[in-house]
Structure formats: structure tokens, C-alpha cells
Ligand binder design. Structure first.
Ligand code: MC0
Length: 137
């Protein structure tokens, strides 16, 4: 099952500008940054508060015009793009959701942030929300 909210993903046009805004406006610090070529994103994980606890905010900027984030920005503009839950076993979680009739985007998990293994539920099968499953490394 789902263990907790892992992160909330926000599509942004420019990662450095967004990082500066989150620092200036909310005092949120970046705890991780990476490029994921397969997903076509530059991403940054932000933490609220000093205790390191709680869900992360993930800023997602497109690497390429044909990427999922570029398409999202074209259609919807910047804003909430995905809601990600931590799971212990992404294959088992995906199988359980498939058995309930939800479409998963990938047949096999792909690589997510920091070596995690990820899959997604199609937003049309989850009330208009792109749901990500994250099995941490
Ligand atoms: C599209 N739709 C969404 C949506 N994206 N609804 C809610 N949230 C979103 N993010 C809606 C469209 O408005 C459209 O609705 C309908 O879904 C179908 O759109 P489509 O034209 O069939 O599909 P696309 O081309 O827009 O693709 C949507 C899809 C894609 C979710 C399949 O974005 C995708 O493959 N996402 C998974 C990968 C991803 O998001 N990677 C970036 C994050 P109407 O009503 O107009 O029909 S990478 C990441 O997250 C990693 C690094 C990590 O966290 O570890």
C-alpha cells in the first residue's frame, strides 16, 4: 500500500529562477538536484523547516520540448503536476492498482530521483491527478 506522501511535483519553466523564488518567498532550501535524461527533466527537491522531516517539494523543469514537463507547461502553465506516494515495493503497489482497474504508465518501473524506482497512475484514472509511486533506493 501507500506509506506516505513522498513529494509534490511542480512544473516550472526555469529551475534556477524557481529555486531563487522558493528561497526568497518561503525560505525553503534545496536538499538535492539532478538531471534525469530519461524523464527529460532537471529537478530539485526542497524541504520545508529545519528538521528534515515531511514531504518534499519537487521542482521540475523541462530538458527538451517533447518532454512530459514541456507538454504540461504548454497546456497548463506552471503549477502542480504530480502527487507522489512512497511505497515499499513499486511492483507490488503497481500490481495492486492494476488489479483495481487503474492504468499504470509503465510495464516495468523506471529510474526516479536518487536511484528510486518509479511508476505512475494515469491522471484520467485517478480523478485528474498524476499519481507517482516511489520506491526509495
Ligand atoms: C496530462 N494530463 C494531466 C497531466 N498531464 N492531468 C493531470 N496532471 C497531469 N500532470 C491530462 C491532459 O490534460 C489530458 O486531459 C489527459 O491527461 C491526457 O493527456 P494526453 O495528451 O494523453 O497525454 P500527455 O501527452 O499530456 O501525457 C500525460 C502523461 C505524461 C501523464 C501520460 O505526462 C507522462 O507520461 N507522465 C509521466 C512522466 C512524468 O510526468 N515525468 C516528469 C516528471 P484532457 O481532459 O485534455 O484529455 S519526472 C519525475 O517525477 C521523476 C524524476 C521522479 O519524481 O522521480
Amino acid at each position: 500500500g501507500l506509506l506516505r506522501v513522498d513529494h509534490v511535483g511542480i512544473a516550472v519553466a526555469d529551475l534556477d529562477e524557481a529555486l531563487a523564488f522558493y528561497d526568497r518567498a518561503f525560505g525553503m532550501r534545496c536538499v538535492h538536484q539532478e538531471v534525469n535524461e530519461e524523464q527529460g527533466v532537471r529537478e530539485a527537491m526542497l524541504a520545508a523547516g529545519d528538521d528534515g522531516a515531511g514531504a518534499r517539494i519537487q521542482l521540475l523543469a523541462p530538458l527538451r520540448p517533447d518532454s512530459a514537463i514541456a507538454k504540461f507547461l504548454d497546456r497548463s502553465g506552471p503549477g502542480l503536476q504530480q502527487l507522489a506516494y512512497t511505497v515499499a515495493d513499486v511492483e507490488a503497489a503497481a500490481a495492486a492498482l492494476r488489479a483495481r482497474g487503474l492504468r499504470l504508465l509503465y510495464d516495468e518501473p523506471r529510474r526516479g530521483t536518487a536511484g528510486s524506482r518509479i511508476n505512475f497512475v494515469h491522471p484520467k484514472d485517478a480523478g485528474g491527478v498524476l499519481v507517482e509511486l516511489v520506491q526509495p533506493a
